[in-house]
Design a protein around this ligand. Structure first.
Ligand SMILES: Cc1cc2nc3c(=O)[nH]c(=O)nc-3n(C[C@H](O)[C@H](O)[C@H](O)COP(=O)(O)O)c2cc1C
Length: 523
């Protein structure tokens, strides 16, 4: 396993975790007088938050989303509705452009469940946002977990857990082809003299025909700065980890203690290495909430005030959706047993099998989730919080945090004003980010689009299109070969199918004999 880059101290990546609703991870806190989550329908809430996070050197604002209601707890949605637990809920995408207009560098991690999308259409939506944000988009690839979403979106019941990941594999394959193969970098010529806007020879059909999707044609959008948005994945079941290891540049997992988390992290990194990737090219984030104030005592007093607003039923309503389990049917002190559900399997594993030394009960889960959902709550002064974050990074070998809020924007403001300066002093958060795109900032690469890229190998090895590689314009390979072959035999020399910058191996070839380096013309 490749070791960590040889520099210390290790960078800590920060995303703010939010959702277009009032009860994202701390149901009941909407009642707190300081909370402004109810302003989620006001664009100024989002643009003010974006400015704050930019000032705080955050990598991104990471926005969750679901397409159903939390109606598992007590077999009803009433508890979720009463507590504002992710209902009412708006679409997260429209506010992104406005936030991009008031910031220069902040990235935007947007959650879209591919289970209810078509790759041809979603790829365009994400390319559009990557254009409008000048390359600052990450896609949190999720497959959903609420049965109520399936019922309202044309499916009688939810797609089985592992099947959702099978669909996701092909979904991403189609997106990679659209984003990386269909248009050349220089396809748009905008030649007023010749009257040619785009050169037809420089765009091509992707001719995808698979088990779940058939997409024969050419991508509609011209390439954006990142082409493929930064790919995040949220999920930590065994199947989720395999998917993350193959595709994830960022992985978002739940956590309760560093020791149990380290086992998941080691598994993801080992799986990434088995995919031929640098295991540290996968940035692993845990959910965490930091309650901070100038002194430890003031922070503890703040926490005591906040927790008094937590909603027990709101927490169990959210947990019912996350885990697929209705805990109202269990005795409050009955230890949880693991069972495969079609929801978020890691949300149940984390409170049952993840840490054999601990058996959680419904009552303990409800109290744990009251603030910050399935993630630790760290309370203390800036130095105390920074110590805790460093402890998580060192012990669990994670790369950063998706920071949830107790009250918004208060929790984020405290963190930016108090903890970020401490992390900067410790060299954990850079004063300024490198490059111009989110991928540059999250990999620390100095120049955008440079030759090396941390992009998942799955993109570089994008599968065959048409089963054979289109003939190269000036150097006909002796025989058409499957796109995923790494080398072409040609007139005695070998054409390196080179991974040029962010373009995948199946797209650009640099020919040893003619020296040209461009996408093969269509056969
Ligand atoms: C930390 C975390 C956050 C998640 N956030 C979302 C989300 O916002 N929307 C969504 O539909 N699914 C979300 N999921 C669920 C997964 O994308 C997906 O349903 C998967 O099956 C569950 O993960 P698993 O591999 O742990 O079972 C999240 C999962 C985890 C672990």
């Amino acid at each position: 396993m490749t070791s960590l880059p040889d520099h210390s101290p290790r960078r800590i990546h920060l995303n703010a975790f939010d959702m277009a609703c009032v009860g994202h991870q701390s149901p009941g806190l909407w009642r707190h007088p300081d909370d402004q989550a109810h302003r989620y329908t006001d664009l100024a809430y989002w643009t003010d938050l974006a400015r704050l996070l930019e000032r705080g050197g955050f990598d991104s604002l990471f926005i969750a989303d679901v397409l159903g209601v939390y109606d598992v707890y007590q077999g009803s949605r009433d508890a979720a509705v009463r507590q504002g637990a992710q209902i009412p809920l708006s679409d997260p995408l429209p506010a992104v452009s406005a936030m991009a207009a008031v910031t220069e560098r902040l990235g935007f991690g947007i959650t879209v469940s591919l289970t209810y999308e078509q790759p041809y259409k979603l790829a365009r939506t994400l390319t559009t946002l990557d254009h409008l944000t000048k390359g600052r988009i990450a896609w949190n690839v999720v497959t959903s977990y609420l049965e109520s979403a399936a019922r309202n979106l044309g499916l009688g019941e939810q797609v089985a857990h592992d099947d959702r990941y099978e669909v996701a594999e092909e979904f991403l394959e189609v997106c990679y082809k659209l984003w990386e193969y269909s248009w050349d970098d220089d396809a748009v010529v905008r030649d007023r003299e010749r009257g040619v806007y785009t050169d037809p020879a420089r765009i091509r059909d992707i001719a995808h025909k698979g088990r779940y999707f058939t997409v024969p044609g050419v991508f509609l959008s011209e390439p954006s700065r990142q082409r493929t948005p930064v790919i995040f994945q949220a999920g930590a079941s065994p199947r989720g980890r395999a998917f993350a290891a193959r595709h994830g540049e960022g992985v978002f997992i739940n956590a309760v203690n560093p020791r149990a988390t380290r086992r998941i992290v080691d598994d993801i990194r080992a799986k990434a290495a088995a995919e031929g990737r640098d295991p540290y090219s996968v940035k692993i984030f845990i959910l965490l909430t930091a309650i901070t104030a100038p002194t430890d005592e003031e922070a503890q007093a703040k926490y005591a005030d906040l927790i008094s607003y937590a909603s027990y039923e709101g927490a169990l309503a959210l947990y019912g959706g996350w885990s697929g389990l209705d805990l109202s049917g269990l005795a409050p002190d009955q230890p949880l047993e693991y069972t495969d559900t079609d929801a978020v399997r890691s949300a149940l594993a984390i409170f049952s099998t993840a840490d054999p030394s601990r058996r959680w009960t419904p009552d303990q889960v409800a109290r744990y989730l009251g603030i910050g959902g399935i993630g630790p709550v760290v309370v203390g002064s800036a130095a105390t919080v920074a110590d805790e974050l460093e402890g998580w990074v060192e012990e669990a070998d994670i790369d950063g945090f998706n920071l949830a809020y107790a009250t918004t924007p208060g929790t984020f403001t405290d963190f930016v004003d108090l903890v970020v300066p401490e992390l900067r002093t410790r060299g954990r958060v850079p004063d300024a980010h490198t490059g111009t795109t989110l991928r540059d900032a999250s990999t620390g690469r100095a120049t955008p689009g440079s030759a090396t890229t941390t992009r998942p190998l799955a993109i570089a090895n994008s599968p065959s299109v048409n089963g054979t590689r289109p003939a190269h314009s000036t150097c006909e390979p002796s025989v058409p070969l499957p796109l995923d072959s790494l080398f072409w035999e040609h007139s005695g020399s070998v054409i390196d199918v080179a991974a040029h910058g962010r373009r995948s191996m199946a797209v650009l070839i640099s020919c040893h004999c003619c020296g040209s380096s461009r996408a093969p013309a269509r056969s």
